[in-house]
Write a protein that binds this ligand. Structure first.
Ligand code: AMP
Ligand code: DBH
Length: 549
């Protein structure tokens, strides 16, 4: 392990690192150099469209330099850590690259996160800075969240706000998008070397709070370059970004970084509705878009209603994050003439894509092929033995861009990784003869609500803090639109003036909001029961609960 590797991050074993370098996967470039290279090649191309603003690569890179100097002036240093929770706005990319160029570590929070999650990021990392919006697009006051986090985390010294700053520092004051006659002298890059951790990505979490995923420059950029090739991006590509920008899919599959690698443009939108998205697609002649399955139907409905052939105008529509129903994939291709690409990935690493030249059946019924021939894939049964070819089993993986352990999670890592470094993804898959992977379900306790992952244990732990809740269990229920929704089974300690069950359910949901859980984690349904079913081992039997739905 390199001596200076970030504390708490699990490094790749030396022999694997050597192999990945020899094979040309890891090229020794860090993300700061990556942006410099893009700027040298594509200086006058537009990199980002954000509302009425157009930002060239030259402006982008100089804004990053300017931001590095400002952050340095305000006391941020190499080795610092910062939780970044910003809406889809150019500030997000500028802050991300500025922190990296400064040698500080961004922690990629999503706008939907609330106190429970954001606070846990500070607790786990002792981050000393927080970048947030005033209200973002969610009518939620992130400055109040900042104050709450400051109270419980003495490490948090600096808060930077986009918009109305209140008592905090201003993000807009950190940089300008104008090219200056006398530019700020850029601070010599303090970015970590390519083999070191570049930033912390988040998992949807399968137990408790989301886990932190340390990604190195080398491994991340390998996946970005290969993804950009698979997605056939070039300097004329324009990618619509209406999913949260910090998500791993949005960042790297091929995402904004794939676009920056290719010299194309990211078109930012803060709302994924078809109305807003179609307007942006038309205005900017967008070529590519990435969506979660839950957004596909409203997009199709709007296009059908308006007899609009906008979807077929795209070079590619990517869908990933949760299983896309085969019938929907079929409709996209047959009725809407879409060049569809399914994307099955995870912030931990492994990403699979259907390829453009594939047979229609492969694009509709599978989640495609892995990126790298050195993505090692195992499909195992309950006893960790390989299943027969084509059979369903647990997916485990190891490779040149898949982590070897979560950040500071030794105990959990012992369960989620095999001793020889395979990641237990928790997904149930099947590998077809042509090598394509099909996702059949999940074995881990996670609900996938239209691509937003809910760790059941986290919501259960929040519910159980309610004084009248005795026992809880959160399960997935099938949903036509979102794929899955959540239902909480609750046993309730009755009191004399107990409200009706409906009122109780409403109160519980409000309780969870006040507790600080993200909105998408609040159970869609609450069922009150007297007795829980148990397995032979004495655990609550979720399978039987699901049957009661
Ligand atoms: P995370 O570990 O939070 O990054 O979430 C990754 C998980 O999302 C995967 O392990 C899958 O369970 C799920 N997922 C992502 N893409 C797809 C897809 N195209 N089809 C089915 N499940 C998916
Ligand atoms: O769901 C995911 O985490 C995901 C989906 C598609 C992902 O991380 C990715 C592509 O890179």
């Amino acid at each position: 392990m390199p001596q200076t590797y970030l504390d708490g991050a699990v490094a790749y074993p030396a022999e694997f690192a050597q192999k990945y370098r020899e094979k040309g996967y890891w090229i020794g470039q860090n993300l700061s150099e990556f942006l410099h290279e893009a700027t040298e090649k594509y200086a006058d191309n537009i990199a980002i469209y954000c509302a009425e603003q157009k930002i060239t690569y030259r402006q982008f890179n100089s804004a990053v330099d300017c931001c590095v100097a400002s952050l340095y002036q305000r006391g941020l240093r190499s080795g610092d850590k910062a939780v970044v929770q910003l809406p889809n706005h150019h500030a997000f990319y500028i802050i991300f690259f500025a922190l990296i160029r400064l040698g500080a570590l961004p922690i990629m929070s999503l706008p939907a996160h609330r106190f429970s999650e954001v606070n846990s990021f500070f607790q786990q990392t002792e981050a000393n800075a927080y970048f947030c919006a005033d209200f973002g697009t969610q009518k939620f006051d992130y400055r109040a969240l900042a104050r709450q986090c400051q109270q419980s985390n003495p490490s948090l010294k600096q808060v930077f706000v986009l918009g109305e700053t209140a008592e905090f520092d201003s993000i807009s004051a950190l940089y300008t998008l104008e090219i200056q006659d006398n530019p700020v002298q850029p601070i010599v890059s303090q970015a970590s070397t390519a083999d070191q951790v570049a930033f912390l990505q988040l998992s949807g979490g399968s137990t408790g709070i989301p886990k932190l995923i340390s990604r190195t420059h080398d491994d991340y950029l390998y996946s970005v370059r290969e993804s950009a090739k698979i997605c056939e991006l070039n300097q004329y590509s324009k990618l619509l970004m209406v999913l949260p920008a910090a998500h791993n899919f949005s960042m790297s599959s091929a995402g904004a970084l794939g676009i920056f690698y290719s010299g194309g443009a990211v078109v930012l939108g803060t709302d994924p509705s078809p109305e807003t998205s179609f307007t942006l697609i038309r205005k900017h002649q967008v070529t590519d878009a990435c969506l979660v399955p839950a957004l596909v139907r409203p997009w199709m409905d709007k296009a059908a209603c308006d007899q609009d052939d906008i979807l077929s105008s795209l070079h590619c529509l990517q869908v990933g994050g949760a299983r896309l129903a085969d019938v929907v994939a079929n409709r996209l291709i047959d009725e809407f003439n879409v060049n569809l690409q399914q994307v099955f990935g995870m912030a931990e690493g492994l990403v699979n894509y259907t390829r453009f030249g594939m047979h229609k059946d492969q694009i509709i019924h599978t989640q495609g092929l892995k990126i790298s021939e050195d993505d090692e894939i195992l499909v195992l049964d309950e006893d960790d033995q390989p299943v027969a070819q084509g059979e369903v089993g647990h997916l485990l993986t190891r490779g040149p861009y898949t982590i070897r352990g979560y950040y500071k999670a030794e105990e959990h890592n012992a369960r989620s990784f095999t001793p020889d470094g395979f990641y237990r993804t928790g997904d149930l898959v099947r590998i077809l003869e042509d090598g394509c992977i099909v996702v059949e379900g999940r074995s881990k306790e996670q609900i996938n609500r239209g691509g937003e992952k809910i760790a059941t244990e986290e919501v259960e732990q929040a519910l159980i803090t309610h004084p009248q809740v005795q026992l809880v269990s959160l399960v997935a229920m099938p949903d036509d639109v979102l794929g899955e929704k959540s239902c909480a089974f609750v046993s309730w300690q009755a009191q004399q003036d107990d409200p009706s069950e409906i009122r109780r359910g409403l109160n519980l949901r409000q309780y969870l909001k006040d507790y600080g859980l993200a909105h998408y984690k609040i159970p869609d349904r609450v069922e009150f029961i007297q007795h829980f079913p148990y397995t032979a081992f004495g655990k609550i039997d979720k399978k039987t609960l699901v049957k009661q739905l």
